[in-house]
Design a protein around this ligand. Structure first.
Ligand SMILES: Cc1cc2nc3c(=O)[nH]c(=O)nc-3n(C[C@H](O)[C@H](O)[C@H](O)COP(=O)(O)O)c2cc1C
Length: 215
């Protein structure tokens, strides 16, 4: 395995990124790159690594799906009693990262996570497939469970409970977060590891400093 891993070498040469090319606003730049990722057939280009830090300063990372973004921030949905949500409760500083190997691109974002309004979470909850709505009720995310069967029993229980209900109520423990960024980095792979890295740092509200970083 060591031989295999140490010899893996992919040179990146598809595209370039310069200070002149990028949008003045990082959300517009993200929109450009997300559109290109979507149009290039990448499976789940909205899958992003979310890193949080717990009360003992230990970091934790996992994938979540980006469900929307606008000039206020980036939105994802989860269980408010999960480990990630507990981390955010004690420390709202989070980071997000995307890696689109087909485009030789990485995007890193750092910011503050906040719960979105009940209305926004409810609206999104009802846009999900019914089976996913049931799963949100059935799964005590991040808790130890005895077996797969226990989970499936819970699914059966909630399916029965909501059988004759036209609209399934949103579980109180389920909802969205918005990550309000203070930093973005757009990384474009280049030959010989001399990659392009363009960083946006928030100066004032909606005013960003654009800098090039050494690869
Ligand atoms: C492709 C992919 C997409 C995922 N999307 C979500 C998501 O949007 N929300 C979520 O809570 N978990 C999502 N998960 C599961 C998380 O990675 C994680 O297992 C779960 O949220 C529990 O994390 P926690 O115990 O750190 O809170 C996804 C996993 C993968 C691999």
């Amino acid at each position: 395995m060591k031989d295999y891993l140490s010899k893996l070498r992919k040179d990146y040469s598809l595209m370039e990124l310069s200070e002149q090319d990028v949008a003045v606003n990082p959300f517009s730049q993200l929109e450009r790159w997300m559109t290109e990722a979507a149009n290039s057939g990448i499976i789940e280009p909205n899958a992003m690594t979310l890193s949080t830090v717990d009360k003992d300063l230990r970091p934790h990372s996992r994938i979540v799906l980006l469900r929307n973004f606008n000039h206020h921030g980036l939105f994802f949905y989860t269980n408010y009693q999960s480990e990630k949500a507990k981390n955010i409760d004690v420390n709202p500083h989070v980071s997000l990262s995307f890696f689109w190997v087909e485009l030789e691109r990485q995007v890193r974002i750092e910011g503050i996570a906040k719960k979105i309004s009940l209305l926004e979470s409810t609206e999104y909850f009802h846009s999900r497939p019914i089976e996913n709505q049931i799963s949100a009720w059935a799964s005590p995310q991040s808790q130890v469970i005895e077996s797969r069967e226990v989970l499936e029993e819970q699914v059966k229980h909630y399916k029965k409970k909501f059988k004759n209900v036209s609209v399934i109520e949103k579980p109180p423990h389920w909802g969205g977060f918005i990550v309000v960024p203070i930093l973005f980095e757009f990384w474009q792979g280049r030959p010989s590891r001399l990659h392009d890295r363009i960083r946006y740092r928030l100066k004032h509200q909606d005013e960003w400093i654009i800098e090039r970083l050494a690869p």
